[in-house]
Ligand binder design. Structure first.
Ligand code: FAD
Length: 294
């Protein structure tokens, strides 16, 4: 029996096909008894009602504790507070409080909305005034691109903790050493909350390289080499991606990491396999109960 905690991130579906994939994955993964599952929120409220509906349906299913993401970029405090109150009314008791990327996209300069929460720490404090939410926040082993230094970035995480955050999830990374050094720096800075590595298996390597560039995540040279010339070979790419993700998780577990957050992209196969490899086994009685569509 594993003593690891896992959590799974989903996004609100846009089409019938995506809807099917989400609920199939949700039904397959929840018997693994995740610490929680979460649903993303489009920066600026672009998925506001879809996130809300998905979260409400997950809560109704009762298969796992549910966390709703919320961003504060490009919104007034009143607008964000309304979302928080609606979450609370629908039974949401856990939020993933985020600033969000600027409307021009990640990498563009960020300007807080004049009447809004200026960052995730302010959002977390605002949320606590509306309800006693459990609060999870994001953090950055390789430093957030907007941060002047690693130390300033950790200070920002501490401000989020002071505002009520009790758990953090990292930006995706592929260099485990970067995460382990970050864990040491957090330890030295007196950060005591659980910090789960955000595991994002590679799907489209070229897309990932662009995203990693914007987020400041390093793609190690050995990964670049592994995915070289595989653009037209999806089955080999898939096998390598699975092996790379498994190596990453097992190495982190060997280093004593106990909390893992999976960016599932609404797919269950690889995340499920990774959990089994980590020793997280499904409760088969829940698997039967979870069958069926949404
Ligand atoms: P913050 O922590 O508020 O700020 C980011 C960084 O900017 C800080 O680490 C700090 O270095 C610097 N900073 C900010 N304010 C100050 C200040 N006053 N003084 C000094 N430095 C400051 N985006 C979405 O749109 N929807 C989602 O659902 C979503 N889910 C995510 C889940 C996870 C686990 C993670 C890690 C990210 C997610 N994101 C999501 C992306 C996130 O919105 C972006 O990474 C965004 O650029 C930063 O959000 P944050 O909450 O970390 O911001």
């Amino acid at each position: 029996m594993s003593n690891l905690n896992v959590s799974f991130e989903f996004f609100p579906p846009k089409t019938d096909k995506m809807n099917e994939s989400l609920w199939r994955s949700f039904n397959k993964l929840t018997p693994l008894r995740p610490r929680f599952v979460s649903v993303t929120y489009g920066a600026g409220g672009t998925t506001r009602s879809r996130t809300h509906d998905t979260v409400a349906r997950m809560i109704k299913k009762g298969a796992a504790p549910v966390a709703a993401h919320l961003t504060c970029v490009a919104a007034t405090k009143n607008e964000v507070d309304d979302v928080l109150r609606n979450y609370w009314k629908s039974g949401v008791r856990h939020i993933v409080a985020l600033r969000g990327d600027p409307p021009g996209g990640a990498g563009e300069p960020f300007t807080p909305h004049p009447g809004g929460y200026e960052n995730a720490a302010a959002l977390a404090a605002g949320a606590k005034k509306i309800g006693d939410f459990e609060i999870t926040v994001g953090c950055y082993p390789e430093k957030h691109p907007d941060s002047p230094s690693e130390a300033a970035d950790i200070e920002m995480l501490k401000r989020k903790i002071d505002a009520g955050a009790t758990r953090a999830i990292t930006q995706f990374f592929y260099d485990n050493q970067a995460f382990l050094r970050y864990r040491d720096r957090l330890d030295a800075a007196g950060v005591k909350i659980p910090v789960a590595p955000g595991i994002m298996p590679v799907t489209n390597f070229n897309g990932l390289r662009r995203m990693a560039d914007i987020c400041g995540a390093t793609i190690p040279g050995r990964l670049v080499k592994l995915f070289e010339n595989l653009d037209d070979d999806p089955s080999t790419r898939k096998l390598i991606a699975a092996t790379v993700a498994a190596q990453q998780c097992l190495e982190l577990a060997d280093e004593g990491v106990e909390d893992f957050h999976f960016y599932t992209l609404n797919r269950d196969e690889l995340t499920y396999a990774l959990c089994l490899m980590l020793g997280v086994r499904p409760d088969l009685s829940l698997q039967d109960a979870g069958e069926g569509a949404a």
